[in-house]
Structure formats: structure tokens, C-alpha cells
Write a protein that binds this ligand. Structure first.
Ligand code: FAD
Length: 295
């Protein structure tokens, strides 16, 4: 009756070095952080392809948050709620806002930073925000019995459809680093629940610097969770040369340029998502204008 059902082997390394030894010995293992995404998949029990679990929960060095004058470092096993709690004074406001949008308080205790950024095929708010904050992630790569370490900008961790694009090697994210030099204007907006209405959802993160009446260092990222992870150097640099307030006609033309780029690069985005993305973009530029006029 129970033929075919078996318990997976669970490895519980206590240090990154122990993890390295384990993964090199059992390269087909499933890396397990909070487990919230893995357990939501239809066949999460180890299959023929993934014959064991490596639980990262015992690796204390991946649960640290440290800060110096220039950056904050956050271990990949820090949970969303731990970071929110610890980070009130040290995190950029947009990142705090992002963490608050992740699921419910209870689920936030389980979701880890590494798990959130390493979901293979869907992009949510954390990847979107960290991409515009110029954050990077440290990865250990395992190939040919060897371990190597690389820092990867979070904006380059994904392909244009939002899939994790770290290459064929096994990779472990150990920590992320976020610089503390940010623009003075930030905005994060999300339309629709990214889990329940993934195909209708749009997530938009934006930051810029306002010096006197000119806009500089504009960075933005728009995610369509299963379809696109969109950043545009071209539109960022067009915005970065504008004077504030931006003329409403220019707001309009540039938002249609964004739509034209999105259509060209991402044919799977629906008309509804495109229109939502355009309106979110316009609304941020209007918000920038009104802040300028209030100052
Ligand atoms: C009810 C519910 C609602 C949610 N709502 C939202 C939401 O609104 N917005 C949002 O952003 N998220 C939301 N989430 C969370 C999101 O869907 C994922 O479940 C979560 O981000 C995964 O984090 P985890 O730590 O549980 O990762 P896991 O499920 O353990 O792992 C996820 C993937 O990352 C890999 N992985 C994990 N850690 C590492 C690492 N350090 N290095 C390399 N690979 C790693 C795993 O192998 C796996 O493939 C929600 C989850 C639930 C259950």
C-alpha cells in the first residue's frame, strides 16, 4: 500500500563549510530555507531528481545582520520578520515597506531573504526593490568538487522573464549587501496579490535623487511575476536628465515609451498588465511633481 512512499534524507549542516561538504557529496539535494515556496509546489518531496534535503536552518552564520558606514549585510537565512524588526533604523524605507507587503505576519516569520530571492521562476517584491537599491548577493558555486565565491548584483540575477539565471552550477546564496547611499525619493507599488492573482499582478519600485529642481540617479524595476523582470537604462537616463516638475505631456509621452519597450521585449504581458504598469509609472512621476511643488 505504501510502496513508493519514502522519507527523504535530511542533512542539517551547522556551518557553511559543512554545507559545502554535504552538497559536494549529494549534489542532487534540495536546498531548503523557510520551505514556504517548496511546500507550495505540487511535488515537493524529493523526487528522483532531488533525492535529499539540505536544511539551512542550523547555519547561524547565515542569520546575521551587520552594518558599517557604507552598507548593511544580511544573511540569506534572516527571515522577513527578523529583518523588519531589526532593520527599522538601518534599512532604507522602501525596503521596510517591501518587507511589510510580503504575505502575513505569520508567513513572514518563515520566509527567508535567500528563499525569496532564489525562487527559480517567479519574481516578487523583494527582488524588484533590491534591484533598484544596487544590492548584491554573495554566492558559493559548486562545480567539479570545488567551491568558488562570487558577488552578483541582484539586478543581474534574473533573465528578462524573471527566471533565476545563475548558470548550470549549484549555487548557495549566503548573504546580501545593500549600500546606504540612496536617492531621496522612493516608491513601491503593487497591484493585485502576487500569489493569488499572479497573472494580473504588477510590482513597481522606483528611486531617484532630487537636487534643486533636477532629477538624477533614477532607477526603476517593474516585475510581472511570471512574465517579466524589466529595467530600462534608456528610460532611466531619459528621466535622469529632466527638470522638475516634469511637464504632464512629457510624463505622458515617456509612459507610452515605456509601454512600447515592454511590448517589444515581453510579448506575454497582457494589455491589462501593460495599462496597469503605465499608470503606476505615470502616478510615480506625478507624485514626484507634487513633492517638488510642495517643497
Ligand atoms: C500564503 C503565502 C503568501 C505569500 N505572499 C507573498 C507575497 O505577497 N510577496 C512575496 O514576495 N512573497 C510571498 N510569499 C512568499 C513566497 O511565495 C515564497 O514562498 C518565499 O519567498 C520563499 O521563501 P522561503 O525562505 O520559504 O524559501 P524556500 O521555499 O525554502 O525556497 C525557495 C527556493 O529558493 C531556494 N533557496 C532557498 N534559500 C536558498 C539559498 N540561500 N541559496 C540558494 N537557493 C536557495 C530553494 O532551493 C527553493 O528553490 C508568500 C508565501 C505564502 C506561503
Amino acid at each position: 500500500m505504501y510502496e513508493g512512499i519514502r522519507s527523504p534524507v535530511i542533512h542539517t549542516p551547522k556551518t557553511i563549510n559543512e554545507f559545502n561538504t554535504t552538497i559536494l557529496r549529494y549534489p542532487n539535494s534540495q536546498i531548503w530555507a523557510g520551505g514556504t515556496y517548496i511546500m507550495s509546489q505540487e511535488e515537493y518531496y524529493p523526487s528522483d531528481a532531488k533525492d535529499a534535503i539540505i536544511d539551512l536552518g542550523g547555519i547561524e552564520e547565515m542569520k546575521k545582520i551587520t552594518r558599517n558606514d557604507r552598507f548593511v549585510e544580511i544573511g540569506a537565512m534572516v527571515s522577513a520578520s527578523q529583518l523588519l524588526y531589526a532593520g527599522k533604523l538601518i534599512l532604507p524605507e522602501i525596503l521596510q515597506k517591501t518587507l511589510q507587503t510580503l504575505a502575513s505576519q505569520i508567513v513572514r516569520r518563515q520566509i527567508t531573504i535567500g528563499g525569496s530571492l532564489c525562487i527559480p521562476e517567479v519574481r516578487f517584491a523583494l527582488s524588484t526593490t533590491l534591484a533598484i537599491l544596487d544590492a548584491s548577493a554573495e554566492f558559493k558555486y559548486y562545480q567539479g568538487g570545488k567551491v568558488s565565491t562570487h558577488w552578483v548584483p541582484i539586478s543581474r540575477m534574473y533573465d528578462k522573464t524573471g527566471k533565476l539565471a545563475l548558470g548550470a552550477e549549484i549555487a548557495l546564496m549566503t548573504r546580501i549587501r545593500i549600500g546606504l547611499d540612496h536617492g531621496d525619493f522612493h516608491s513601491l507599488s503593487t497591484v493585485e496579490d502576487p500569489i493569488r492573482n499572479t497573472d494580473k499582478c504588477v510590482i513597481f519600485a522606483f528611486q531617484a535623487n532630487r537636487t534643486q529642481n533636477s532629477l538624477s540617479k533614477v532607477q526603476f524595476c517593474m516585475s510581472f511575476p511570471t512574465k517579466a523582470f524589466y529595467m530600462s537604462k534608456d528610460i532611466e537616463s531619459k528621466l535622469s536628465s529632466l527638470t522638475l516638475p516634469i511637464h504632464p505631456e512629457r510624463v505622458n509621452t515617456i509612459s507610452y515609451e515605456l509601454v512600447a519597450e515592454l511590448k517589444k521585449q515581453h510579448s506575454t504581458i497582457t494589455e491589462l498588465q501593460l495599462e496597469r504598469g503605465r499608470r503606476m509609472f505615470e502616478s510615480v512621476l506625478h507624485k514626484l511633481n507634487s513633492k517638488t511643488l510642495q517643497a
